[in-house]
Design a protein around this ligand. Sequence first.
Ligand SMILES: [Zn+2]
Ligand SMILES: [Zn+2]
Length: 194
Amino acid sequence: MRLDLSEVLSTVGMRISCPVEEPPLVDEYLECVAPVVGDLVFTNTGSALLIGGSLATEALLSCARCLRYYRQPLEVDIEEQFPLRARPMGPGARKATVEVEEEEDAQTGSLFTGPVMDLTDLLRQSLTLVVPLRPLHDPDCAGLCMNCGADLNEAACGCDTGREGRALSGLGALLERGEQEPNRAPGKPDALSQ
Ligand SMILES: [Zn+2]
Ligand SMILES: [Zn+2]
């Protein structure tokens, strides 16, 4: 969706609030499975256009440990600031139009075409930033067996040489030592990370 910001751009001190309810965004980086909802506030400070607010949606992500797809809630606070520049309408003209100055970014392109902002693009850029780098369907996801590939969230597979098993016995040993030597130096938790 495109938002015409002419009114706020031409009036210093103006502040407008804009409820957002956009259909789920789907592109190669992000697959939303719920509408993008929230509120945005646009403020003209004279020297800058401020965009504030918050957005929420749900994305379909694949768990980094067990690979299953799950719905991940995404929430993002928006705090953007674009310098404004007055541009005379013609030689000797008294009136001036105000334009948004933005850094040209090869990856994201520009958000504004004159006074019109590409809202969908703003939503996409903001939401992409809060997608977890290592999504987990559950913080305690047991993952897949390194040996047979079974989903260990469903049931134990019976493999006894799995990395998980060794990690767990390492944890047990650490816990026992911790109880016996409360003042020991912090150990390296390498055995526990996966
Ligand atoms: Zn998982
Ligand atoms: Zn197994």
